[in-house]
Write a protein that binds this ligand. Structure first.
Ligand code: TGC
Ligand code: FAD
Length: 390
């Protein structure tokens, strides 16, 4: 048998990364391997998130890693993407925890908040001393957040919030919630809600078969009084929350590749060691084709996200391009995970191997942050100039 080539970097993509980017990737990869992998299976079985690791994640600098100042790491967007990749190589729930904190809680405060709000919240969120969640989706409004029923009624220098949010990552472990609500004129506004405020509750949602190592909650707002200085002053309209989603979707395009790589690596190892018909599985043409298809999609996805990251750093990317990358890479990762599950035979349904966990996680990743079909329609709108939604 001839020795295989290095398929970890089949297209020499490392040559397009600088030393800092590679170093960040390696340090996060090592942390995930050493600190997260030994505990993930138990957390996945118990449907819990390892909250005890939050201080170490903060120490690694992963919360709001692409933000300058406010005790954040100030990395470029490619290094940030590589962090997402390595976290999701561990588990989509781990990447979710970090992307919600950075892209959906810190980003809106940075982009739409007052200086006082930035000074008050961002350093604590960066250090993991405060955890946040993002409440956009409602029981009756998922893909169409513009139809939200949650209301914010002005009362002097205060607002009174009423409504319900659903499927909110980290809702019941959060200190603050970024809540999106319509005012009396129907204008969408963002609020930083202290989760200890009377009338606010966040019951945990149970029974998930996917993203088990991630806390998902409802948010119930029953006459929650929020001071006006907790409103995000520099944005109004649906483009506020949608602008945050662009940040998170960018990270997911990288993250999904991490999950795909974990499935691919496990498949290569399995194909070399599992013997059937007196030969390793990897000697059969059909198995080689499966491995080739996996690697093919990983390489294409890496190049897509890398170019997108460079454009993001230059400030030239569009949200339509982000939709295409999220849509493509998550779909490819899910197909890779399904193929890997098949290749592992019966072993593929146990948590002795990571593939079934990644496979079911990726069903969520394909749905949240805009479903696959919603992203196809966002790109379709860019192509035709016609919205499929109105
Ligand atoms: P539409 O008229 O298209 O847009 C309203 C305004 O927003 C602008 N816009 C965006 N801006 C920035 N980034 C984006 N991605 C944007 N998409 C649209 C748009 O230009 C317009 O601006 P303006 O100035 O003209 O007012 O609004 P629509 O109601 O027709 O929207 C339809 C649609 C489908 C695009 C949108 O609502 C959508 O993306 N739906 C999917 C919902 C979604 O992704 N929800 C995610 C919830 S958060 C979550 O899942 C967290 S998961 C946890 C984790 O990440 O780990
Ligand atoms: P629906 O909108 O009801 O869609 C159902 C199906 O119909 C999908 O296949 C969809 O593609 C299709 N569909 C809908 N509209 C159209 C159309 N116009 N044309 C064609 N097909 C269409 N949300 C938050 O705000 N914050 C969070 O932190 C968060 N975390 C989440 C964590 C998990 C584990 C999950 C599962 C979800 C989370 N979400 C969160 C919610 C997520 O963003 C929504 O589930 C997602 O936007 C889809 O909404 P929906 O589930 O209501 O599906």
């Amino acid at each position: 048998m001839k020795k295989g080539v290095n398929t970890n970097d089949f297209f020499g993509i490392d040559s397009l990364l600088n030393e800092d980017e590679i170093q960040v990737r390696e340090s996060v990869r090592q942390w995930v391997e050493k600190r997260f992998m030994p505990v993930i299976n138990q957390h996945n079985r118990d449907a819990t998130f390892p909250m005890d690791l939050v201080p170490e994640l903060a120490e690694l600098g992963v919360f709001g890693a692409n933000i300058d100042g406010y005790d954040c790491a100030g990395l470029n967007n490619v290094a940030y993407g590589l962090i997402m990749q390595e976290l999701e190589r561990g588990d989509s729930g781990l990447r979710s925890f970090v992307s919600v904190q950075g892209a959906l809680v810190m980003y809106p405060i940075l982009a739409y908040g007052s200086e006082a709000q930035k000074d008050r919240y961002l350093p604590k969120l960066a250090k993991g001393e405060m955890i946040g969640c993002f409440g956009l989706t409602e029981p009756d409004h998922g893909s169409d957040p513009g139809g939200m029923k949650t209301r914010a009624k002005r009362d002097g220098d205060k607002w009174i919030l009423n409504g319900a949010k659903m499927w909110i990552t980290n809702g019941s472990v959060s200190d603050i919630a970024i809540v999106w609500a319509k005012d009396e004129e129907g204008i969408v506004r963002g609020f930083i809600v202290d989760t200890k405020t009377p009338g606010f509750s966040a019951p945990e949602m149970k029974g998930k078969f996917s993203l088990r190592a991630s806390i998902t909650s409802e948010l119930v707002l029953d006459d929650v009084v929020v001071p006006d200085d907790h409103r995000l002053p520099n944005v109004e309209g649906l483009k506020g929350p949608l602008g945050c989603l662009t940040q998170a979707r960018y990270g997911i395009s990288w993250g999904a590749l991490g999950a795909a790589m974990a499935c691919y690596d496990s498949s290569v190892e399995y194909a070399k060691t599992r013997i059937q018909f007196d030969k390793p599985l990897g000697s059969f043409q059909l198995v080689q084709v499966k491995l080739t298809d996996m690697l093919n999609e990983i390489v294409k996805g890496q190049l897509l996200s890398l170019h997108l990251g460079r454009m993001k750093d230059e400030g030239t990317y569009t949200f339509h391009q982000v939709s295409l990358a999220k849509m493509n890479n998550v779909n490819a990762a899910l197909e890779i995970a399904r193929s890997a599950r098949d290749l592992h035979g019966a072993n593929g349904i146990t948590d002795e191997y990571p593939v079934i966990r990644h496979m079911v996680n990726l069903e969520t990743v394909k749905t949240y942050e805009g479903t696959h079909d919603i992203h196809r329609l966002i790109v379709g709108q860019a192509i035709t100039g016609i919205s499929a939604f109105t």
